[in-house]
Each structure stands twice: as C-alpha cells, then as structure tokens.
Design a protein around this ligand. Structure first.
Ligand code: ATP
Ligand code: MG
Length: 304
C-alpha cells in the first residue's frame, strides 16, 4: 500500500484524558472541601454543577495545581501533575471564578506577560499566537486597550485567550458566564463549544440549561462529594415517568412536604407548583417531561 506524505495526512485531533482518583482536600482550618472524588474526563465539554459551597472551585483549583490535595492523584495525559508542575503550567489553562485585580496594561501586553510566565520563549511564535488568540476571542480591535476598561463579557473572552496560551490540552473555566448579559453569554458559550472540539473544557456553572446545551458529560457535586455523573440526556432519560407536578395552595406546602419527596417548588403565573419524584403516579398529580433541572434537584434531595 502506498503511504501518503505527511502533509497530506488528515489532521488527527489529539485526544486528552484527565483522570482524577480518590481525591481529598482539607483546608488549613480543618474543613474538608473535597471528599474522595474520582472522575475520568476526555475531550469535549464537561459540566460541573452544584450549589454554592459544593466544592466546585476547590476541585478546579486543585486540578490546576493552585492547592495540593491531601491524598489522591490527578493524571493528565499520563503525567501525574503533582510530580510535574511544569507540565500542568504548559498544558492546562485556567479561567478562575475570581480573576482578582485587572492591571492597567493593554490586552496584548498582558497576554505577552502571561505567555512568558507560561514559558513560551520563541518571540515571533509568541506574537503570532497572541494575535491569533485575540482574533479567536473577537478582541483584535481592542488589543491596545487596557484590560481594566473592558466590559464583563470582554474580560471573560480575554480570560479564555490567556487560558489558551501555549495550546493546552485542557482548559478549566469556573462560572465564566456569571454576570454576562444573554448575548455575551451566547457568544461566550459558542466560543467554548468551538474550543472543546480539540481540548477538554471543564465548565462549572449554576446554569443547568447551559450544561444541557453544551456538555456531553457532567457531574453534580455537593458538600465536597460527587453525587452523580453521566451524559445529560442519559440522566434525564432515567427520570422518564417519574416526575409529577401539581399546583397547590401555599398554606398546604408543609403538609405536602411531609408526604412527598418534593424536589422543587416554582411559581408559574403566580401559582405555586410542586414537583415530586415518584416511581408511581401520586394521586391528583400530572406527569411532567423530565428536564436536567429535575435531575439536579432530585440528586440534591436524595439522601447520600
Ligand atoms: N481557603 C479556604 N479555607 C477554608 N475553607 C474554604 C476555603 N475555600 C473554600 N472553603 C470552603 O469550602 C467549601 C467549598 O467552597 P468552594 O468555593 O469550592 O465552593 P463552590 O462550589 O465553588 O461554590 P460557589 O458556587 O459559591 O462558587 C465552602 O464551604 C467554603 O467555605
Ligand atoms: Mg466557586
């Protein structure tokens, strides 16, 4: 068989794998924020859901090496990140929940500074990479503007550009669309979606709908524990014919709570609806098509 010359071969996307095993993290004050978490994540978008204080940021900061786990391991593409911090620095991008203070320097100069910190030494390669990234996140026209003058959406897109410096195999973004208007949120989400074709993108968010629309795999955590993981559609399908709803008088809420496993209550056109999980149809309730939101609330209200 004839072999094709290298330049004619189709570009093969690199597969990346992140394997987290039995990870535990206890803060100096004795609080255990991560409890024995194990996860395997490949290319594509992975959504991490959980209420405030669940441990999402703690997990992300541990993966990127900002804090050391008490026990367990994090392996990226076969490399144990605790044993090779330089590998993480070069192969992992992070957009933290709180970026801190934005310096009074231009977008271009700040990317240049971060690129040097990441060890990107080649001058002309670095320049090209920065210009390409600014283009990718739609900030080329603002490259000479100081980052502290950017709007929230522009800051987050800048944050993605800095995370992508050095061409990492994985980027981790912690609640990146909090505070963005709907248009910027859509723009940001489609940017992440593009990126996730070639790298692992781990996204933490409170927006269940975004995980449903963007992520091929997801996990729900609470109180430091990983409660559920899987494919959003698969998790929704598990609740088929098990979610029921009913409008009630708000004075009867406590009574319903004592008799049913109520997973959520919601005002719809000023009427209070309760939603319950049950294998059998409860009397006077109507069936509801399950949503990822039901998966989320059902998981959180189960006893773990
Ligand atoms: N440096 C720290 N020292 C002690 N406890 C901490 C520290 N950082 C976080 N915690 C605690 O760990 C728990 C998890 O916090 P974390 O910030 O990881 O939650 P989160 O899921 O990211 O929440 P949010 O959705 O509000 O961002 C919380 O109870 C928090 O108070
Ligand atoms: Mg957080």
């Amino acid at each position: 068989m004839e072999t094709l010359p290298g330049f004619l071969l189709p570009k093969i996307n690199t597969m990346n794998t992140l394997t987290i095993s039995n990870l535990n993290l206890t803060y100096k004050n004795g609080f255990q924020a991560i409890k024995n978490i194990s996860l395997e994540i490949g290319n594509g978008m992975f959504g991490l859901l959980g209420p405030n204080g669940a441990g999402k940021s703690s997990l992300m900061k541990t993966i990127v090496g900002l804090q050391k786990p008490g026990s367990g391991s994090i392996i990226l593409n076969g490399t144990d990140v605790s044993k090779d911090p330089d590998y993480i620095k070069q192969n992992l991008g992070f957009l933290p929940q709180d970026f801190g203070v934005y310096p009074k320097v231009s977008a271009y100069d700040l990317l240049q500074h971060i690129a040097i910190l990441k060890g990107i030494k080649d001058n002309s390669g670095r320049k090209n990479q920065i210009l390409n990234l600014l283009e990718k996140v739609n900030l080329s026209d603002f490259k000479n503007k100081e980052v502290h003058t950017f709007s929230g959406g522009m800051r987050q897109r800048f944050g993605v550009a800095q995370a992508l410096l050095g061409n990492p195999g994985i980027i981790i973004v912690d609640e990146p669309t909090a505070g963005l208007d709907p248009e910027e949120r859509n723009r940001f989400n489609s940017l992440l979606n593009d990126i996730s074709k070639e790298v692992i993108v781990i996204l933490s968010t409170h927006l269940v709908e975004d995980v449903r629309n963007l992520c091929s795999e997801m996990a729900i955590m609470n109180q430091g524990k990983l409660l559920r993981k899987g494919n959003p559609n698969g998790l929704i399908a598990e609740l088929e014919n098990k979610i029921w709803s009913k409008p009630i008088d708000k004075n009867d809420l406590e009574q319903y709570r004592s008799s049913y496993q109520i997973i959520s209550q919601q005002l719809i056109e000023r009427e209070l609806y309760i939603t319950t999980f049950s294998e059998e149809k409860p009397k006077d309730f109507s069936p509801v098509n399950p949503l990822l939101e039901h998966v989320y609330f059902h998981t959180l209200t189960q006893i773990h």
